[in-house]
Design a protein around this ligand. Structure first.
Ligand code: SF4
Length: 457
């Protein structure tokens, strides 16, 4: 429970509280006061008082003042909690999901971000260097331009549902009755949206498991996208090996797809069974061998899966490296409060997950992969991050554009969010489609109207 005299900041302060395991059960009192050129934040944690003062120079106006009140209130709460629990967190007081975006903003303002990250926001030196490496890998790809667009289409069906899944993803068997209608609606939306695509940077068909569609249905979607494609990077989230076939790979190749994602998540069969995935590690390897000479391949792994030890993760990571895909993304498991995983006794500690992430970073660097995009989510195990690594010259443009929000996104399908950026990402306007497949189908005309307003010149 948090009692603060800054009512408008309750949710922001709660985000800081959530960084520390168990802190939501503390009695927390926060008081902000302001005297001439000084902000004072006093935090009382179960009777212990912590007070922090910050001198404020001349402010440019109300907006800057609001920003600094928020920053120093969150920071003071973080420092008090860190002291109370006797531990610092790797990302310090940063709660946002895009630390690289913040770093770019800081560079534009001050020419450097490291001092702000380390001294002000209490980010560890290690995470600050990780951000530096990511920014370095993005050179040549990072391009702020309000006229650029990426294109996205979403296919929300999977052969079966994984236990940890947080996407909407209808099991294709139980959702069969909607698949035809969904594909027709999606194709209609793609055709309608073609006129919003300018300076196309990349195309991404995500899921779900797009290749869980039968070849004729997948062809309809690919045919529609062909009319938009100008020969850019084109990624399809093939996802699970149980949906990949020789024939759908051939189809993707014919439609000029340049990269696919094959996501093992783990190479341990016992874990795959536990996760409800209907395939083995060998299936992943077999499908990878089928596809590797046809496409660049992205592979996803998860650190902190239920019941996995450090050695299990190490085995999966080493296996992925030995296969040598162009990209390997290491996710840390996102544990939603109240979910079965949050209650699970097999849940790993933040320290153990951190060890996995550190191992991945070192092993991937040694194998010639560089970190090139990074994001955080709420409730991540150990408050860590997801990092995409790529071989030199093989970074995925779509991932960079999405994470840095420097390009508009024309997105089609249920749960798709179209974004238009203004002022290099300073302002972003969005149109979100309903998550539910049937609601999406029924609301398609409204969605089209909203999109045409969003992308109007
Ligand atoms: S493959 Fe991905 S989208 Fe499909 S059920 Fe599993 S986690 Fe969810």
């Amino acid at each position: 429970m948090i009692d603060t005299n800054l009512e408008n900041l309750v949710s922001e302060l709660k985000e800081v509280v959530n960084l520390f395991d168990g802190a939501d059960s503390l009695n927390i009192k926060h008081r902000f006061t302001e005297s001439e050129k000084k902000f004072v934040n006093t935090v009382t944690l179960s009777g212990k008082v912590f007070s922090y003062g910050n001198f404020i120079g001349s402010l440019s106006g109300e907006i800057e003042k609001k920003r600094l009140v928020k920053r120093y209130s969150k920071l003071s709460l973080y420092k008090a909690l860190a002291k109370f629990y006797g531990k610092d967190l790797p990302w310090g007081a940063l709660t946002g999901i895009r630390p690289t975006k913040l770093a770019y903003q800081q560079i534009e303002k001050d020419g450097d971000f490291t001092e702000f990250f380390i001294d002000t926001m209490k980010v560890s030196g290690e995470k600050t260097s990780l951000i530096k490496s990511v920014l370095n890998s993005q050179k040549g790809i990072y391009e702020k331009n309000d006229n650029n667009t990426d294109f996205f289409a979403f296919v929300p069906f999977c052969p079966s549902r994984c236990k940890y899944c947080s996407f909407i993803s209808a099991d294709i068997k139980s959702a069969l009755k909607y698949v035809d209608e969904y594909v027709d609606t999606l194709v209609d939306e793609i055709n309608y949206s073609a006129k919003f695509v300018k300076n196309l940077r990349s195309i991404y068909i995500g899921g779900g498991t797009p290749v869980a569609l039968s070849d004729d249905k997948l062809s309809k979607v690919l045919d529609a996208i062909d009319k938009i494609n100008t020969g850019v990077e084109y990624t399809v989230e093939a996802g699970r090996p149980d949906a990949i076939t020789e024939s759908n790979l051939k189809l993707l190749k014919e439609h000029k797809v340049t990269r696919i994602c094959i996501n093992p998540q783990t190479f341990n069969d016992k874990t795959l069974v536990r996760l409800g995935r209907n395939h083995t590690a060998k299936d992943v390897i077999d499908k990878y061998q089928l596809a590797k000479d046809m496409f660049d391949i992205n592979m996803d792994l998860i650190a902190g899966l239920e019941g996995e030890t450090f050695e299990d993760f190490m085995f999966s990571l080493d296996k992925a490296i030995s296969l040598s895909p162009e990209n390997i993304t290491v996710h840390t498991l996102c544990i939603k409060r109240g979910s079965y995983l949050a209650e699970s006794e097999d849940r790993l500690s933040g320290e153990e997950v951190n060890r996995m992430v550190e191992y991945a970073h070192q092993a991937l660097n040694e194998a010639g992969y560089n970190p090139y995009y990074l994001y955080r989510q709420k409730y991540m195990a150990g408050n860590l991050e997801n990092v995409g690594y790529a071989k030199p010259g093989k970074a995925c443009v779509y991932n960079v554009d999405i994470m840095e929000e420097i390009s508009s996104n024309v997105a089609c399908g249920a749960n798709a969010i179209s974004k238009r950026v203004f002022g290099g990402g300073e302002r972003i306007e969005r149109v979100a489609s309903p998550k539910d497949v049937l609601t999406y189908i029924n609301k398609i005309e409204t969605i089209k109207k909203e999109k045409s307003e969003l992308f109007a010149d």
